[in-house]
Design a protein around this ligand. Structure first.
Ligand SMILES: Nc1nc2c(ncn2[C@@H]2O[C@H](COP(=O)(O)OP(=O)(O)O)[C@@H](O)[C@H]2O)c(=O)[nH]1
Ligand SMILES: [Mg+2]
Length: 350
């Protein structure tokens, strides 16, 4: 399951977002962590075709990680200890107007909020790397081979991060990647910028925000969180009326989830049969063997071959039987690259 940490400056609508997520899943109160079923039209279509006893959608866990507060280091430190645990981060930016809600001084503009949060992320990563490098360098004993390798790699990473302010384009071998993943650096986490935009159609400085989003390879979406949370309580008729009144056309968190999937470099594959239709997430570029391992390690160990067809094919043909007749089910080996939306059946032997 993908885990998502919600953060941003104080009073931007993080708790409100958790409230929205809670309502969306039918919870009547907010919890620090909320598990959401990811809405999925392809899954729905497969359910129609297979009529299974059990349906298992993908899930995402949202966690309120708390504020990045430029005026309160302690608050920020606590937030980082929570963000350390998550796979991806949503940065909530306030673009709604309200006399009643204060700003942290100097962070009234959305673009300044975004820059502020990213600067604090970067500063924390640099400190963390410097700290580890210092500890290795000042060790009162001879470093092991592995520690020597780690030290020289960390120095290289630190220099790159100082120069580029992010790790985009930084090349790593797979063991190096593993090593640095252990540090849970903010610079390495997939990030989505969520503009809490209130009733206004647009906001000041949007172009600048989009420029930063592009440069940092982040995801981006806009949502009037406060309004969405209110409206989710109404029935559909009333909701339509109010959406027109507030001039909002999107109150759904689906686009946010899609962005999270995208920046996390994840795709979906399905297993489908009469017993169960199940949506699974895997990294893009996964092989048939990777996919087997996602389902169960035993299935990967006993892998014989995989039978694969595309969602579009079964959507069009309407049954597995029709696919078989037309020869649209492919039999593939371990190294076959699975595509987003593929339906996979693994033959295995334990
Ligand atoms: N007008 C308006 N107020 C909002 C919106 N989102 C949040 N708020 C209010 O702003 C204040 C701070 O929101 P909260 O979610 O607690 O912010 P957090 O500190 O980021 O968790 C609360 O009083 C919210 O009711 C919004 O979209 N519009
Ligand atoms: Mg809060």
């Amino acid at each position: 399951m993908i885990t998502v940490g919600v953060t941003g400056l104080p009073f931007v609508g993080k708790t409100k977002l958790m409230e929205l997520v809670a309502r969306y899943t039918g919870l009547d109160r907010i919890e620090e962590r909320i598990i959401v079923k990811v809405p999925d039209s392809r899954l729905e279509r497969l359910v129609e075709i297979y009529n299974p006893k059990k349906i298992t959608p993908m899930e995402m866990e949202f966690m309120d990680a708390g504020s990045i507060d430029p005026t309160e280091d302690k608050v920020t430190t606590r937030t980082f200890s929570k963000l350390q645990e998550v796979d991806s981060v949503v940065i909530v930016i306030r673009a709604f107007e309200s006399e009643a809600v204060p700003f942290v001084e100097g962070y009234e503009k959305p673009v300044d909020q975004l820059k502020g949060v990213l600067d604090i992320f970067l500063e924390r990563d640099l400190k963390l790397l410097e700290g580890r490098i210092d500890r290795l360098k000042n060790a009162k004993r001879k470093l092991s081979n592995i520690e020597e390798i780690e030290l020289s790699f960390l120095e290289k990473a630190l220099a790159y991060l100082k120069e580029n302010k992010n790790f985009i384009g930084f090349e790593m071998k797979s063991d190096e990647r593993k090593m640095i993943t252990g540090y849970s650096l903010m610079s390495m986490k997939p990030k989505v910028v969520l503009i809490n935009k209130g009733e206004n159609e647009d906001y000041e400085g949007k172009e600048e925000v989009l420029k930063i989003v592009k440069r940092e390879e982040m995801g981006y979406t806009e949502l009037p969180i406060g309004i969405a949370a209110e409206l989710l309580e109404l029935d559909e008729e009333d909701r339509k009326v109010f959406m027109e009144e507030y001039k909002v056309n999107e109150i759904d968190i689906e686009p946010l989830m899609k962005e999270i999937m995208k920046v996390s470099n994840l795709m979906v594959f399905y297993t489908a049969g009469e017993k169960e239709v199940h949506a699974w997430e895997v990294k893009r570029g996964s092989t048939a063997l990777d996919v087997a391992g996602t389902i169960h390690s035993d299935i990967a160990r006993g892998f014989i071959r995989a039978e694969i067809f595309s969602f579009d094919d079964i959507d069009r043909e309407g049954s597995e039987k029709a696919l078989k007749e037309k020869g649209l089910i492919r039999v593939v080996g371990k190294d076959h690259i699975v595509q987003d939306g593929d339906i996979v059946y693994i033959r295995f032997n334990v």
